[in-house]
Design a protein around this ligand. Structure first.
Ligand SMILES: *Cc1c(COP(=O)(O)O)cnc(C)c1O
Length: 410
């Protein structure tokens, strides 16, 4: 289904104090009030449009927040100093000590560690389930469950959550569906399928220049205001505040997000299709062989494609490491964690970004140690990149071991 594309972002117009084409950057931590009464009311949360202190809100952060709300089609959004700052604030806002969460078992390593280890301090239990099996999710929900948590496209296995059936389930139980959409901005609009809260690590595609760390929570006005509450707001009190200068620079980068996502997707699809044809084990939601391909097609915004992340199983960690080093030598990309950069980034999640997940559990969820995660870059000529990647593989004889007949043809 080609649902309504999230084009609202194109229609936002903010001007600077002197008519500048970009909004002015707020360069203050604190704000003056003409009357003492207004200051009191602002503290109590009764005056909209007044700024009190920049940990609470600032004009630059509000501009970026409104752009993210437009991107995700939510009433509003709060920005945070990192993706983890957004995730932890949402979880601690929605859960009391003793509560329970049902979460996908394939999620970002930091989120997994927070849920599995840190939440023990609050006696908050988490059931990790196979998110592609709605019946398993349903089974795990108990009377004390406070949310269903998932990533629309999961890290690093690229499992696709069926947001429509998950949100139906959440609604039946009167709990929110919280979706981390970091891997698929523009490609997937979780709110169109009933998600209640959408989280982003802006560090990745949305900023796209790998020069800062930031995050966002997109949701209702009521929920976003509750996060900022001076007495009880996890956003306000945990203090993960984005700096105004960074908020302004991320907003400017967001202006090209639609172009970048299209190119990331186009390049990733080209590589995935061709490497799969060569007999390699490639996982990419745009491939028919991907178990979540049909769900992805049902919920993606076709013009933005299947996203920029793909994985390739090099067979062993040794192979994976050697291949990554070779590719880096040939300037095909960088051996680095993170994603959404103009250059291709690759890493072996089993020993890096998902190393928080115990080896046994990695195996159980299908995370093999030879898995390489690629964040495909904005290469102008992706066929040249493909040829170069193949040359690296031949050098390592990975192609040979995968498909001897193919090697004979070359
Ligand atoms: C990187 C990432 C995060 C964490 O974001 P930070 O900005 O590094 O705190 C959360 N979720 C996903 C899917 C990510 O890729």
């Amino acid at each position: 289904m080609d649902s309504k594309a999230p084009d609202n972002l194109q229609d936002l117009h903010y001007f600077g104090e002197y008519g500048g084409v970009n909004p002015s950057i707020s360069d203050s931590s604190t704000y003056t009030f003409l009357s003492a009464k207004t200051m009191f009311d602002t503290f109590e949360g009764n005056t909209e449009g007044c700024y009190l202190y920049s940990r609470h809100s600032s004009p630059s952060n509000l501009y970026l927040g409104e752009a993210l709300a437009a991107l995700e089609g939510t009433e509003t959004a709060n920005v945070t100093a990192s993706g983890m700052g957004a995730i932890t604030a949402v979880i601690l806002q929605l859960c009391e000590a003793g509560d329970h969460i049902v979460s996908s078992r394939t999620i970002y390593g930091g989120t997994y560690a927070f849920m599995k280890n840190f939440l023990k301090k609050f006696n908050i239990g988490v059931s990790f389930v196979d998110i592609t099996k709605t019946s398993a999710v349903a089974k795990a929900i108990t009377p004390i469950t406070k949310m269903i948590y998932c990533e629309s496209v999961s890290n690093p296995l690229l499992e696709i959550a069926d947001l429509e059936s998950l949100s139906g389930l959440a609604k039946n139980h009167h709990i929110p569906l919280v979706v981390d959409n970091t891997f698929s901005p523009l490609s997937i609009s979780p709110v169109n399928f009933g998600a209640d809260i959408v989280i982003h690590s802006l560090t990745k595609f949305i900023n796209g220049t790998s020069d800062c760390v930031a995050g966002a929570v997109c949701g209702t006005k009521e929920f976003c205001l509750s996060l900022k509450d001076v007495n009880n707001g996890a956003g306000m009190l945990l203090g993960s505040t984005l700096d105004s200068l960074r908020a302004a620079s991320i907003l400017k980068n967001m202006r090209t997000l639609h172009l970048r996502i299209k190119k990331h997707s186009e390049n990733a699809l080209y590589l995935a299709e061709n490497l799969e044809k060569d007999g390699l084990k490639v996982v990419y939601p745009g491939l028919k062989s991907h178990p979540g391909h049909e769900v992805m097609k049902k919920q993606y915004n076709a013009e933005f494609g299947y996203g920029g992340i793909m994985t390739l199983d090099a067979g062993s960690l040794k192979n994976a490491n050697a291949l990554m080093e070779l590719m880096q030598k040939r300037h095909l990309g960088y051996l680095a964690v993170s994603l959404g950069f103009y250059k291709t980034l690759f890493s072996a999640p089993g020993s890096s970004t998902s190393s928080e997940i115990p080896l046994e559990e990695q195996k159980e969820m299908g995370l093999s140690d030879g898995l390489i995660r690629f964040s495909i870059g904005l290469d102008n000529d992706i066929s040249r990149t493909y040829t170069a990647i193949k040359t690296c593989m031949l050098q390592l004889e990975i192609l040979k071991s995968n498909d001897k007949t193919h090697l004979n043809k070359i």
